[in-house]
Design a protein around this ligand. Structure first.
Ligand SMILES: [Fe+2]
Length: 401
């Protein structure tokens, strides 16, 4: 039994909590209205970690006014190796090739790890004289824009957690997502959508699970630049049409040893028995599969085919009962396990420009020594998180650049 003075959590209930195990709400210790990390006991921190790594997405309500500098410190409770740099880089806004710059995402001067996303123009916010942020525009029906983990797949590894904090929520009508089976899901406007990598894995056939457990995913060099002219599919999981990719010769300078390479199925730090299939279906480049019986290695490096195979493993997830869409309330702090879920923004804040509206996002990345761990240890998987020397040689022979 937790002490009466302890931090606790409840699982979200019924329809909202989607299978398996996504979504919990944190209750701060009695008497602590605003999160105060200095007053949390080691037990409280253990409970926070348990809540997150078991449920993948957790919310702390009513945190309006929380100091943004607390957020990076909060991230370190889950990821002691987190560095103090936003996973999109130190100054993403001025980098036109960065996805966040398309949304004019700003940074908070006194907490450079904290970015600002949302919709609308703001004056004198957090030392920023003028700020304009841009969001998707969808009317009525919306869709996930692009499912992803927060990581550039180049030079930096994915963070264990991302923290989102909502500052102002506009009063906008709900929207709907239509799924391929004809069912519809009503979500709040601007909801952040999540699905669990464990759920993806559980939907696979035994053969697909075996394939996934023995497969390593190599991401495209400068992955987001590579796909920046490509359009994601309606479900946001893949890129259906090949041909608009930036050719490797025309990418910013890159090197194989900075290109991300991860197992297809990851181990959860506190739930080592639960496999998480974590793949970014739009950024994939190559699959390397090892047959555990014979040791034979199969390399698939036709990007279109790679996307098809990954899409086949992931697309079953796209159903109303598998998607958790966070309905933002003002002051919510949402912490999500970036290595256990895929997430996406959904549409419609932009139409309501006359009202203040914004969300603040934070992403913190790991140091180089903490790459995603394979669910199964298998020969050939790299433990650096980047392309290995041996594979690099094969790849160099196959691709002239
Ligand atoms: Fe994100």
């Amino acid at each position: 039994m937790p002490e009466l003075t302890s931090l606790t959590f409840n699982l979200l209930t019924g329809e909202i909590r989607q299978s398996p195990a996504t979504g919990a709400e944190i209750q701060l210790p009695p008497g602590m209205a605003m999160l105060d990390l200095d007053r949390l006991t080691d037990n409280d921190k253990d409970t926070l970690r348990k809540a997150l790594f078991e449920n993948q997405v957790v919310v702390i309500r009513n945190q309006k006014g929380i100091d943004p500098t607390v957020l990076p410190k909060l991230a370190k409770i889950f990821d002691p190796n987190a560095s103090d740099i936003h996973s999109a880089g130190e100054k993403a806004v001025s980098d036109l090739k960065n996805i966040l710059s398309a949304y004019k995402a700003g940074r908070i001067p006194r907490a450079s790890q904290v970015g600002i996303i949302g919709s609308g123009k703001f004056q004198d916010y957090e030392g920023l004289k003028e700020l304009e942020v841009v969001h998707l525009v969808h009317d009525g029906y919306t869709r996930p824009y692009r499912w992803h983990m927060d990581t550039p797949f180049y030079e930096r590894l994915s963070g264990e957690v991302t923290i989102l904090h909502s500052i102002c929520i506009p009063n906008t009508p709900d929207q709907k997502i239509k799924f391929p089976d004809g069912k519809e899901k009503t979500i709040s406007a601007g909801a952040t959508a999540f699905f669990s990598g464990a759920r993806v894995y559980s939907l696979l056939t035994p053969e697909e699970q075996e394939f996934a457990l023995n497969t390593t995913v190599t991401y495209a060099p400068q992955a987001y630049e590579y796909i920046r002219q490509c359009k994601a599919s309606e479900d946001g999981l893949t890129i259906l049409n090949f041909g608009r990719e930036v050719t490797v010769e025309n990418l910013s300078e890159w090197a194989w040893d900075k290109v991300a390479e991860h197992p297809m199925v990851w181990r959860n730090p506190l739930n080592p028995d639960r496999p998480f299939l974590q793949v970014h279906g739009c950024c994939v480049y190559k699959l390397t599969t090892r047959n555990p019986a014979t040791g034979e290695i199969t390399v698939m490096d036709d990007v279109q085919k790679v996307r098809e195979v990954v899409y086949k493993t992931q697309s079953k997830i796209y159903a109303t009962e598998n998607i958790y869409a966070h309905h933002w309330q003002e002051g919510d702090v949402v912490i999500f396990h970036n290595r256990g879920v895929m997430h996406s923004i959904t549409g419609q804040l932009a139409k309501y420009k006359d009202q203040d509206q914004e969300e603040v996002a934070l992403a913190v990345h790991n140091d180089k020594h903490n790459s995603p761990k394979p669910f199964w240890d298998y020969e050939g998987v790299n433990d650096t998180g980047y392309v290995r020397e041996l594979i690099k040689d094969i790849a160099m022979a196959g691709i002239a650049h």
